[in-house]
Design a protein around this ligand. Structure first.
Ligand code: NI
Length: 170
């Protein structure tokens, strides 16, 4: 296993539309292990998409902790995910390993219905809400070459430079 390099803006590979996975083989499993190790390294993101490490395939790992007001499926490996239903909308703050210096306010559906394949190629369906639904929509955007900064309503009022926290500071 290996921690892979995370591509950051303005890397052009982050703007490409990814291809569906067709082979559910040992090479896929090895890549999934590396992607998971990469997700856990550093700031332990709630989600990561294959194009963020330069592999232009439709693969997402999601691991959203349950919150008091928002349920979650926990750790999911989602191959060729497809959002089938959208319901409601909500403004919320997002960040991204590929956009390290900013967070932004983005409008997303509150609830979604999703179909995806698991690492063995079996079809699974999920209903997601709240922060998990938001994280999933963010990751599926990566598969279509979109970043959250492409979704903010106004770059002037909805993008925020990340604060630098120094030792001893707050
Ligand atoms: Ni991201």
């Amino acid at each position: 296993m290996a921690v892979l390099e995370i591509l950051k803006i303005p890397d052009e590979r982050l703007k490409r539309v990814c291809e569906p996975v067709e082979a559910f083989d040992g090479a896929l499993r090895a890549f999934l292990a590396d992607l998971e190790e990469t997700r856990q390294a550093g700031p332990a993101a709630v989600g990561i998409a294959a194009p963020q490490v330069g592999r232009l395939q439709r693969i997402v790992i999601l691991d959203v902790p349950a919150r008091p007001k928002s349920s979650s499926h926990g750790h999911l490996v989602l191959i060729n995910p497809e959002i089938l239903q959208w319901d409601g909308y909500e403004l919320g703050r997002e960040g991204c390993l590929s956009v390290p210096d900013y967070t932004g306010n983005v409008i997303r559906a509150e609830r979604i219905g999703l179909a995806a394949l698991d690492p063995d190629g079996r079809r699974c369906e999920y209903e997601m809400e709240g922060f998990e639904a938001r994280a999933l929509q963010h990751e599926v955007d990566h598969l279509d070459g979109l970043l959250f900064i492409d979704r903010v309503v106004s770059r002037r009022t909805d993008l925020f430079r990340r604060k630098v926290y120094r030792k001893g500071g707050r």
